[in-house]
Unconditional design. Sequence first.
Length: 268
Amino acid sequence: MKAVYVATRQLLGVSPKRIILCHTTHSTQRPYVRLFSTGQSYLFRGGTQDQVHGNTLPSLEPRPKRIVVGITGATGAPYAIRILTLLRHLGVETHLIISKWALATLKYETSMTEADIRGLASRSYTAKDLSAPIASGSFQHDGMMIVPCSMKTLAAVRSGYCDDLISRAADVTLKEDRKLLLIIRETPLSSIHLENMLALRRANAIIFPPVPAFYTRPGSIQDIVGQSAGRMLDMMGIFTDGFERWEGFKRTQAESHSQYKEAAGGTV
């Protein structure tokens, strides 16, 4: 234990008082430290020789980001699949929960099987498994996304009614002051829906309706899904450049020439 704290001071340059010592569910079962200031986590590996005191100290390496993803029965399954695919490509560790009604919706909105979708995640759980690691605040992760989020799940999270693993994991995410992103799918919205969203926003959850950006001139459903998925990851602090971002109004060459001619007094 002492070597861990000495390594933290020497390798990260921070006081041991500014860290949390944790244990990982990684197959190697290596401990890691989490910094209070930035939230960044570091895994321990191997050992290095302390040149001052002659002790063997563990080395530190950044722990991969870890995101919990919940899928409910609301329409919008393609968003969840794109998110899982992107996170897998980016090397993010994902913990997936699929509700019973999400499995029914997936059959209508995608051609993927349940096994295909679960295979996109690092680990997956059934919605009934309230003994899963992600049901506890001691399980360290970097945020949770419910994509899509049904109004039933929204109401459960707002009221703290943890009747399944999705609502319980979301409740834990809020109480541990981590990012909770709710991709809500309903229209029109009743006053009850809006009040639930407002209450959760005040509790620091992010309410994200997947509104398409038409300035990208999407040519397919996948274009629309891709742009929204990229913005969702932005909210989680995960950067991806796989979609078009707004860069101001784009003028055609003819428009630019006309504006230049006007500024020059009509002569070029």
